[in-house]
Design a protein around this ligand. Structure first.
Ligand SMILES: Cc1cc2nc3c(=O)[nH]c(=O)nc-3n(C[C@H](O)[C@H](O)[C@H](O)COP(=O)(O)OP(=O)(O)OC[C@H]3O[C@@H](n4cnc5c(N)ncnc54)[C@H](O)[C@@H]3O)c2cc1C
Length: 521
């Protein structure tokens, strides 16, 4: 059956972009978008768009990308801890007001011949079409109404965030922790227009309760902003706000919800964007994923086959990329939720820890992009002057740097097979995926208790898959912070870049490569 009539439920970035691309690919299609909100009004403030996203959009639809770039605002990134700051310049980082992005996408959809109907909440049953594209966001009612068919799971984050804005442009994006009498808050802020910045603030549950925000959250009506929290944080972050106000937009404390679905399509309905999957905001990729879904759906519908085959093809094409980004986002989320534990690191080393937090950016690549910060961090790690850090590739240098720990001196960071230390380490087989969750908590507490007097520290071992190695590095940091003991991670040589990132970021003290750890009992 020809797929002529397409109804798109939701006029967010995913829905609007899908409608335009589907219409451009075949102008004979009758496509309508249904959006419950009004033009110019939406949730949130600015969103970031990384350079890779821009490349993908350029290939799919250069006109739309040109309009997005024209309305966007470029910026660098700064890590600030008190008076210490490290600035990096990731290539081509853009941010854009969500309202501007939606305005561009609506105009482009309409220019392609797609009517956008605003102001009415619709259900799948209201829409008579050959294909229903459900781009109705993280709380998708379409997904909820056919829960068994889509098999959604929703993981709720431990931390809380408050999405605010400000009425001035910060000179650069900024990550800044701040401790009050109630605990630590961390700002993720970035400019997205000449007179606007996003100012998103995170905290942990204990701090949130200590400050009485559990009560203010409860007392805030669904369509209002939590003025108590906004007022408190405006005062706390006054120095960073330079006398400006924090602005709310139905702003309240929320916990991030990670959506995963067993299937993204059922019958004539396909889920797209946040309705199908979400990825923690700290990697700034939810909009990108929604728009790339639209590209993949358009490509799939251009093929021959029946609707079921085409939707299955779309899902097969998209799943690996989405799963990969969700995995990166999960690590990033855990890293930010545990961020206050590592603010004692020198700010340059903290910046390397930030860049390498999800295993996506190796130290060498980061150094090419931000040589000054990376060289300072490497010098801090090895406790040498920056001039002593070699130019070029540094992995060998990192691994061969000596270490003093607990009155012992190690000639390098890689343990030799006959190192007399190995038999005295407490060996832990680690197979958890959330180093900061309850199970890991219990394991870390038990390990701290059980360390007998003679043990200098821990040897973490486990499966030889990359994700398992990254999990070990995360738990190693936890154990190191908790016990102050020496923590050694075992992993195959192919994971050297991850081990090097772990060393420079202070997650581990030493590494045990298999050939060198072979004699370990
Ligand atoms: C705090 C925070 C910060 C973020 N920062 C970034 C960032 O920097 N970069 C980035 O790429 N992503 C970011 N994201 C993620 C991004 O906002 C989403 O991933 C993106 O908006 C998903 O697009 P979408 O089209 O799938 O859904 P949405 O943008 O949620 O759009 C869904 C639309 O459907 C409409 N709708 C819902 N139900 C109905 C109905 N029944 N009838 C009619 N209309 C309906 C809604 O009104 C809405 O307009 C962030 C998210 C959060 C929570």
């Amino acid at each position: 059956m020809a797929i002529r009539r397409i109804a798109v439920l939701g006029g967010g970035p995913g829905g609007l972009y899908a409608a335009r691309l589907l219409k451009l690919a075949d102008p004979r299609r009758e496509i309508d978008v249904y959006e419950q909100g009004e033009p110019g009004r939406t949730f949130g403030f600015g969103v970031g768009l990384a350079s890779r996203t821009q490349r993908n959009l350029a290939d799919a639809d250069p006109d739309t990308l040109a309009d997005i770039v024209a309305a966007a605002h470029g910026h660098g990134v700064e890590m600030r801890v008190g008076s210490r700051a490290a600035r990096i310049n990731p290539a081509n980082l853009l941010a854009i007001a969500r309202t501007s992005l939606l305005d561009v996408l609506r105009r482009q959809a309409e220019a392609a011949g797609v009517p956008v109907h605003f102001g009415g909440r619709k259900t799948a049953a209201d829409l008579d079409a050959d294909l229903l594209v459900a781009a109705d966001g993280v709380s998708s009612a379409t997904r909820g109404a056919a829960a068994a068919d889509f098999g959604a799971t929703i993981e709720v984050g431990a931390g809380l965030y408050l999405w605010c804005g400000t009425d001035f442009a910060l000179p650069t994006a900024m990550f800044a922790p701040l401790t009050t009498e109630h605990g630590t808050f961390v700002a993720h802020a970035y400019p997205y227009a000449p007179d606007r910045s996003t100012f998103l603030i995170e905290t942990d549950e204990k701090t949130w309760r200590n400050a009485g925000f559990d009560e203010s959250t409860e007392q805030t009506p669904w369509d209002a902003s939590d003025e108590v929290s906004i007022g408190y944080l405006q005062e706390a972050f006054a120095e960073y706000l330079r006398g400006h106000h924090l602005i709310g937009n139905r702003t309240r404390w929320l916990r991030f919800r990670t959506v995963r679905c067993r299937s993204w399509h059922h019958g004539r309905t396909v889920l797209l964007g946040d309705a199908a999957h979400t990825a923690h905001y700290s990697i700034g990729s939810g909009t990108k994923l929604a728009m790339e879904d639209a590209i993949a759906l358009t490509q799939a519908l251009n093929l021959d086959g029946d609707l079921r085959q085409l939707l299955a093809h779309y899902e097969r094409q998209r799943r690996p990329d989405v799963a990969h980004l969700q995995s990166i986002a999960h690590r990033s989320q855990l890293w930010w939720e545990s961020f206050p534990t590592r603010t004692d690191l020198p700010v340059e080393q903290l910046t390397v820890a930030y860049m390498t937090r999800a295993g996506k950016v190796p130290v060498d690549r980061f150094r090419q992009a931000s040589p000054q910060v990376a060289t300072a961090a490497l010098a801090q790690y090895a406790q040498v002057p920056p001039a002593d850090v070699p130019a070029g590739e540094v992995d060998d240098w990192v691994l061969s740097s000596p270490l003093e720990h607990g009155g012992r001196r190690f000639g390098s960071r890689a343990l030799a097979a006959d190192d007399p230390l190995l038999p005295s380490l407490v060996r832990l087989e680690y197979d958890l995926t959330d180093a900061w969750g309850a199970e890991a908590d219990a394991l870390a507490q038990r390990a701290a208790r059980d360390r007998h007097d003679g043990a200098a520290g821990y040897l973490l071992t486990g499966a030889n898959a990359r994700d398992s190695v990254l999990d070990r590095l995360e738990f190693a940091e936890r154990l190191r912070l908790l016990t102050g003991a020496l923590v050694v991670v075992e992993a195959a040589t192919e994971y050297r870049p991850d081990l090097v990132a772990g060393l420079v970021s202070g997650r581990i003290d030493l590494v045990a490569l298999p050939s060198t750890a072979a004699s370990n009992p």
